[in-house]
Design a protein around this ligand. Structure first.
Ligand SMILES: [Ca+2]
Ligand SMILES: [Ca+2]
Length: 162
């Protein structure tokens, strides 16, 4: 008698879904009318939730069933890059070491964000780094998703000769 299981996406900017269409349960009885109620909340948090539906007949007999409501976080995190960096090469070398890149910041609608930083090195030229951030649902934002980054490169590291 329960409606089918439902999958929904979290509301924009939040870690829960509201207004989830649960569908309609069906109930019948041998005798008289049946009243159906549920314990569905107004907000379903991201993850797997269970709604219990209860049918009560005119004699007070009850039966229940459970409907599964899965809420997904499908929103990518945001990432703000550190400022571009320009450094001189090490003395007598054609590369720079120990460059302080600064730290990016990241935010997400839901849970924690991890930022693995990947730097691609080309010792004799400009070096640039691409940054990704991942939220706890595995959504990934790259620099190209980020309005604060003008290009697909998140942060530019310029190593200039002395
Ligand atoms: Ca009955
Ligand atoms: Ca997210």
């Amino acid at each position: 008698m329960c409606p089918a299981d439902v999958t929904a996406n979290a509301n924009v900017g939040t870690c829960f879904a509201t207004g989830v269409a649960l569908g309609n349960p069906t109930a019948s009885d041998n005798c008289g009318s049946v009243t159906v109620t549920s314990n569905a909340p107004a907000q379903f948090p991201v993850g797997t939730n269970f709604v219990t539906w209860t049918a009560t007949d005119s004699s007070g007999n009850t039966t229940t069933c459970q409907q599964r409501v899965v809420v997904r976080d499908n929103q990518v995190p945001t990432i703000t890059c550190p400022a571009d960096v320009t450094v001189n090469v090490n003395s007598g070398a054609c590369f720079a070491t120990g460059v302080a890149l600064g730290s990016p910041t990241a935010n997400d609608n839901c849970g924690t964000v991890t930022i693995p930083a990947m730097l691609r090195h080309s010792p004799h030229r400009h070096q640039s780094g691409d940054l990704d951030s991942h939220d706890s649902s595995g959504n990934t934002a790259t620099a190209s998703n980020v309005s604060s980054c003008a290009t697909t490169r998140c942060q530019r590291l310029l190593v200039q000769p002395m």
